[in-house]
Design a protein around this ligand. Structure first.
Ligand code: URP
Ligand code: ZN
Ligand code: ZN
Length: 463
């Protein structure tokens, strides 16, 4: 087994920062030691002087090849995991989709088939339940045993992925009994569909109306409802892609009562806003996702939530659709624009910029992007930290490199960047996944098929 020694860098984890040499033995981190204190030999030495040595990112929310609105998210597992590696992410948790009317197993098998042999980095799955019934409820414990330990339920998208309150409650009860974690897309989809219809009837068809009809109050209401249902079921709850200040307030109030309620936000809600949805012509379609981008004023509450631990995780909700041919499906009717933004490659860099901008500390960067998602989703202690015994998923990060984000240079399979022209300081230099170099000083040297399915443990967040 090859041994790799990383010297000269500043190791940054969620809990500590210290200069150390890091010894990797095969697929695992073997040891850390004070610089110069050991006589370690290795097959390869990586000089990280002046750089950070950080855990590989854990992106707990991606949608490779998601079917949506008559098309498919444009990144495959091959292109999407390669782009993730470029951005310093070494594990993704993607959402397998239950086809409506079929078994969960059918969806999970399909997702395994898409990912198997194609991934550059490790991957795991959540399960989207589009049809909660006696039979799918019975399947849940079997999935948990196979390492698919979280289930997403949609309070939005009636007729597609939507579950009603009774279905959500039953899934929460079942999850609570088996150690599964329920994740909710919290928006009142029934009310939103009424507002969509009214907007279109008025002739309000542009992308910006997508943001206007998906009212912040309807995100807050659904968040509140999901929390109460979880209380009744005595189950923990994780709310995905939180964007509204009022929804953060619901989570904060619940957590202040000591409830096991958790929340995630995404870079697009921290760095973009409803102003992007209102860009001239049809440009706003590039920014259509749900929950929607909010007016800028909401961002302060999201940053505060990340600092106070009322929000625990930043994931990307990476769900790319090309502008040409895909987002264009909604010209003249915003409700037909496929929902989702690209971002799996940009998350670690944008959050590093947030460190420089004073929103979060360096350790908090690693906590929300690596450690917390690993703990929340049963990947800890293998993923999300730099410690003996952990997987050798390590990023050498140059905190001084300046880069301009652009579709010209990114590696995601999508024809635009949501952050086009934005300059950030900090860039991934070298990436190792289970001890294998995947990015070598900004050259891709990985391979499709290196990445393995990681069965996850049940929910184990310490609170
Ligand atoms: N978020 C989004 O707009 N698309 C992906 C599906 C989802 O997460 O709801
Ligand atoms: Zn969602
Ligand atoms: Zn999503």
């Amino acid at each position: 087994m090859a041994r790799t020694l990383i010297t000269g860098g500043l190791v940054v984890t969620a809990s500590d920062e210290f200069h150390a040499e890091v010894l990797l033995d095969g697929e695992r981190i073997a040891a850390l030691a004070a610089p110069g204190s050991q006589d370690w030999t290795a097959d390869r030495v990586i000089d990280a002087a002046g750089k950070y040595v950080i855990p590989g990112g854990v992106d707990a929310h991606t949608h490779m090849e998601l079917p949506f609105g008559g098309t498919f998210a444009s990144d495959t597992f091959e292109t999407g995991t390669r782009a993730a590696a470029w951005g310093g992410t070494t594990t993704i948790v993607d959402f397998a989709v239950q086809p409506k009317g079929e078994a969960l197993r059918v969806g999970l098998d399909a997702w395994h088939a898409k990912a198997d042999g194609n991934c550059a980095i490790d991957y795991a799955f959540h399960m989207i339940m589009s049809d909660v019934n006696e039979s799918t409820l019975r399947e849940m414990p079997g999935l948990v045993e196979q390492g698919v330990t979280s289930f997403k339920l949609f309070m939005a998208y009636p007729g597609v992925f939507y579950s009603d309150d009774g279905q959500i409650l039953r899934a929460m009860q079942q999850a609570g009994d088996t150690g599964g974690l329920i994740m909710t897309h919290a928006e009142n989809g029934i009310a939103i569909d009424v507002l969509v219809e009214q907007a279109l009837a008025r002739g309000d068809t542009d992308p910006r109306h997508h943001g206007e009809v998906r009212r912040a109050l309807l995100e807050a209401e659904a968040t509140h409802r999901a929390i109460q249902l979880a209380r009744v079921a005595e189950a923990p709850l994780y709310v995905v892609h939180v964007s509204a200040e009022e929804a953060v307030a619901e989570l904060t109030a619940a957590r202040d009562q000591g409830l096991p309620v958790f929340g995630e936000t995404c870079p697009q809600y921290l760095f973009l806003s409803a102003d992007n949805l209102a860009e001239p012509g049809f440009e706003g379609a590039k920014y259509v996702c749900s929950t929607p981008l909010r007016p800028k004023e909401h961002q302060a509450a999201l940053w505060r939530g990340l600092r106070t631990d009322d929000l625990q995780v930043v994931s990307t909700d990476h769900c790319p659709f090309c502008f040409t041919g895909q987002k264009e499906l909604g010209r003249g009717d915003f409700s037909k624009i496929p929902n989702g933004l690209p971002g799996v490659e940009n998350r670690m860099d944008l959050l590093h910029q947030a460190v420089l901008d004073g929103h979060i500390s360096r350790r908090r960067w690693i906590e929300i992007a690596c450690a917390a998602p690993a703990r929340m989703f049963g990947l800890h202690p293998r993923k999300g930290t730099i410690a003996p015994g952990a997987d050798a998923d390590v990023v050498i990060y140059d905190p001084h490199a300046v880069q301009t984000l652009s579709a010209e240079t990114h590696h995601m399979n999508v024809d635009y960047s949501a952050y086009e022209g934005r300059t950030v300081t900090g860039q991934v230099e070298t990436v190792l996944s289970r001890g294998e170099v995947v990015i070598d000083r900004r050259t891709y040297v990985g391979r499709a098929g290196h990445g393995r399915f990681v069965p996850r443990a049940t929910f184990q967040y310490p609170g």
